[in-house]
Every structure is written in structure tokens, then in C-alpha cells.
Write a protein that binds this ligand. Structure first.
Ligand SMILES: Nc1ncnc2c1ncn2[C@@H]1O[C@H](COP(=O)(O)OP(=O)(O)O)[C@@H](O)[C@H]1O
Ligand SMILES: [Mg+2]
Length: 193
């Protein structure tokens, strides 16, 4: 099979659950996902509910962001990945995390950015879904900033975080530091965006 120059073919396991049969390249998939995310963000902007920091809302949001493209959107991961906790613990850990997040806001446990980045880090650490966890968890952190009336996080710093490059390297390194309990690099990353 021939692919356009610069286009990356999808792995068979990535194709599973794809709602579009004609997609053959990473670039086509990126476009479909990006369009889905845009419509998910429009849905999010229309939500007037104040109870967005719940496990149910996190699941509903993932479905809105990725459900036009993937059958498994909004459904928990069932298999082990190189990132993420034991899939059997996802439901419990997500519930605890969202309870913690609401507690942090109610009691002003952390400064707004730290609260949002702690939510972000623990969400990708749980890795609830088969894919889209990074993008979903960044939007959840954005929601947490909005709820605290704090300025938006500049995640990309003018770069594409989905692509390999210094910005993504700094982001992944900061997440790894947060895995060991050191939040400083992740806060510096978000503040420098
Ligand atoms: N060591 C790591 N390497 C790569 N990504 C990591 C790592 N630790 C955490 N992550 C997070 O996982 C995300 C990748 O998971 P994935 O489900 O593919 O999300 P997405 O498809 O939105 O990028 C990254 O964006 C990042 O937020
Ligand atoms: Mg991915």
C-alpha cells in the first residue's frame, strides 16, 4: 500500500473502534479527531452546569471529544498500557481524584494553577481511556482553571504538544517528575507557556 509523503500508516490495533473505514493515515485520523474535539469544545462551552468536576462529567466530556471518531470514547480502558494504572482500578481512582479536585477548590488547598496541574497529572497517571487521555486531561485542567476564575493555561507555547519537539519533551519530563512527587517542573512548564 502507498501512503502520501510524510503520512504515517495506522497500526491495526489503533484502527479498532474507528468509526471511519476509509482512514488509512495518521494525518487523516488527526484531522477527524481535531474536528471532533472542536465540536466537543463547542458542546463544553454550552454547558451551564457547575458540577463539571465529577467522574460522570469527565466521562461525558471524553465521549464528546472523541465519540464521533472512536466507538470506545467515554468507555474505560480494559487493557494494560505502558502508561496508566491497572484497568480494574480506573473507576475507583477516577472517583477519588474528582472528589479530591472538588475538595481542593472548596478548601483552596492549592494555588489555582497547582490544583489544575495536579488534576491533570493524576488524570493522565490513571489513563482512564484507550486513547486521547492527554488531550482530555488538558481540557479538564482548563475547566478547573475556569472554575477558579484563573487565567487559561498556555499548554502549547506556540508548539504542537502532540508532536515530538522540545515543548513536548519538557511536558513529558515534567509529568515524570510529578510521578515522583515533584510538581515544580509541571508548574514551571504551565507558567512558561
Ligand atoms: N511517559 C509518558 N510518555 C508519554 N505520554 C505520557 C507519559 N506520561 C504521561 N503521559 C501523558 O499521556 C498522554 C498520551 O496518552 P494518550 O492517551 O495517547 O493521549 P493523547 O492521544 O491525547 O495524546 C500524553 O499527552 C501525556 O499527557
Ligand atoms: Mg494518543
Amino acid at each position: 500500500m502507498h501512503y502520501p509523503e510524510g503520512a504515517t500508516p495506522l497500526d491495526p490495533d489503533e484502527m479498532e473502534g474507528l468509526r471511519f473505514r476509509h482512514v488509512t493515515t495518521r494525518e487523516q485520523l488527526d484531522e477527524l479527531e481535531q474536528a471532533n474535539i472542536q465540536s466537543g469544545l463547542l458542546w463544553l462551552a454550552r454547558q451551564r452546569r457547575t458540577d463539571k468536576l465529577t467522574d460522570a462529567f469527565a466521562i461525558a466530556l471524553h465521549k464528546r471529544l472523541f465519540g464521533d471518531v472512536w466507538h470506545w470514547a467515554g468507555a474505560f480502558r480494559r487493557t494494560e498500557k505502558n502508561i496508566g494504572i491497572d484497568p480494574l482500578r480506573i473507576g475507583v481512582e477516577l472517583r477519588i481524584l474528582m472528589d479530591d479536585a472538588r475538595y481542593w477548590l472548596a478548601h483552596e488547598t492549592f494555588a489555582p494553577l497547582e490544583a489544575a496541574m495536579r488534576l491533570h497529572h493524576r488524570l493522565v497517571w490513571i489513563h482512564p481511556f484507550p486513547n486521547g487521555n492527554g488531550r482530555h486531561a488538558r481540557i479538564m485542567a482548563d475547566i478547573m482553571m475556569q472554575q477558579q476564575k484563573a487565567a487559561a493555561i498556555n499548554w502549547t507555547g506556540g508548539h504542537d504538544l502532540q508532536r515530538i519537539g522540545p515543548r513536548r519533551q519538557a511536558y513529558i519530563a515534567a509529568l515524570r517528575a510529578a510521578d515522583t512527587g515533584d510538581m515544580a517542573p509541571l508548574l514551571a512548564f504551565a507558567a512558561a507557556g
